[in-house]
Design a protein around this ligand. Structure first.
Ligand code: NDP
Ligand code: ZN
Length: 352
């Protein structure tokens, strides 16, 4: 069967022929429909993050998938069920406390592998297998967009952590600042606009499809070249919630200044080394005196995947059409990896 992967040392993904996997009892064989591409895939392709399973030279890519059950073996799934797989799996030495507690997202990198990213093959192949406990049911109506369950789950978790950090007092957030107009930032804008006033910071010239989309959702575009994060309170207002999805390390510090008293910033970006100077005393005192919080968040657990399915079901249909800008066929899969394509791309292996 056809699979899209990256060889160690190569600089671009390629199409390979690999053996179709055979499900063991307790596993499910899934026919792949679509697999999304995000910033993490670009980092894996660039060799900046992750790598193949131990002892192998090639990694099958893809961690944002949706597919259809073709062989449920001994599991409770039925042939024809639409499913989205989770990403984190036990490491080669077997399950540990994080998997026992169904909290793989809380595992440190050494205590898990990530399918399609680090140490385990991904889902960019015509078929894949997975133990049943790592498959999330998706309603048939969402089959086309089910590859968005994984990235949405990442935001579900971050927003839950942010709320939990404010749970000891009355916190009714009315304003949010999303940093980044990439796929993660924009799906989070879509999640937040029904609940609060949302600002979204980017660095794009109009006309730009990502700016058009955030404005169509009802958010306000903040151009960081005119209004940096620290200027947002004066130019607009202080915000109760910051959601950082730029990977720009300085934002982790600057965003605290944009927070209203009692506010919280959720950091999602994964910057490389980045040295800069800032007033640590001001930063420290601002956090303390105004009861502000910063939480870091990575990956997502099963409850966040289920929440993501419900969330996607609540989005207006036009959102998917505007947000997903490229569905590439397997033979032209390169289009889904073009870093210049805005927002969300995916490779289509098959249809329902
Ligand atoms: P992208 O790289 O596609 O998007 C990043 C966005 O931030 C782009 O719109 C970029 O603008 C913008 N940006 C970067 N620097 C600045 C800046 N200084 N000022 C204004 N805007 C800026 O990534 P994704 O949306 O896929 O992901 C966002 C981040 O989250 C990445 O760092 C990614 O690695 C990380 N991530 C984290 C996960 C987690 O579990 N924690 C899961 C998935 C992703 P432009 O397009 O104009 O360059
Ligand atoms: Zn992703």
């Amino acid at each position: 069967m056809r699979a899209i992967g990256i060889e160690s040392g190569d600089d671009r993904p390629r199409l390979f022929d690999v053996a179709r996997p055979d499900p063991a009892p307790g596993e499910v064989l899934v026919r792949t429909l679509r697999v999304g591409v995000d910033g993490t895939d670009h980092e894996v392709v660039a060799g900046a993050h992750g790598g193949p399973p131990d002892g192998e030279e090639r990694l099958v890519l893809g961690h944002e998938a949706v597919g259809v059950v073709v062989d449920p073996t001994t599991t409770a799934f039925e042939r024809g069920d639409v499913v989205a797989p989770t990403v984190r799996r036990p490491p080669p030495d077997g399950p540990n406390e994080y998997f026992d507690r169904a909290e793989p997202d809380m595992a440190p990198p050494s205590a898990c592998v990530e399918r399609g990213i680090d140490g385990a093959h991904g889902f960019m192949s015509e078929y894949f297998t997975s133990p049943a406990q790592f498959l999330i049911p998706v309603p048939d109506e969402l089959a086309e967009w089910g590859f968005l369950v994984e990235p949405t789950s990442v935001s579900e978790k971050a927003l839950e952590l942010a709320r939990a950090s404010r749970s000891s007092f009355t916190w009714d957030p009315e304003t949010a600042l999303v940093l980044g107009t990439g796929p993660l930032g924009l799906i989070t804008v879509a999640m937040l606009v029904p609940e609060m006033t949302v600002y979204c910071l980017g660095r794009r010239d109009r006309p730009d499809p990502s700016v058009d989309l955030l404005e169509a959702l009802g958010a306000t575009y903040v151009d960081s070249r005119e209004t940096p994060v620290t200027a947002v309170p004066d130019a607009y207002e202080s915000v109760d919630l910051v959601y950082e999805a730029t990977g720009h390390a300085r934002h982790a510090v600057d965003c605290v200044e944009a927070l209203a008293p009692g506010g919280v910033a959720a950091l999602l970006g994964l910057p490389g080394a980045s040295a800069f100077t800032f007033d640590g005393g001001h930063f420290h005192a601002d956090l303390v005196m105004h009861n502000k919080a910063i939480v870091g968040s990575v990956n997502a657990g099963p409850s966040h995947f289920h929440a993501a399915v419900d969330r996607l079901a609540s989005f207006p249909p036009w959102f998917f059409e505007d947000y997903v800008t490229e569905i590439a066929p397997v033979e032209g899969f390169e289009a889904a990896f073009d870093p210049d394509t805005p927002m969300k791309t995916a490779v289509e292996f098959d249809t329902l």
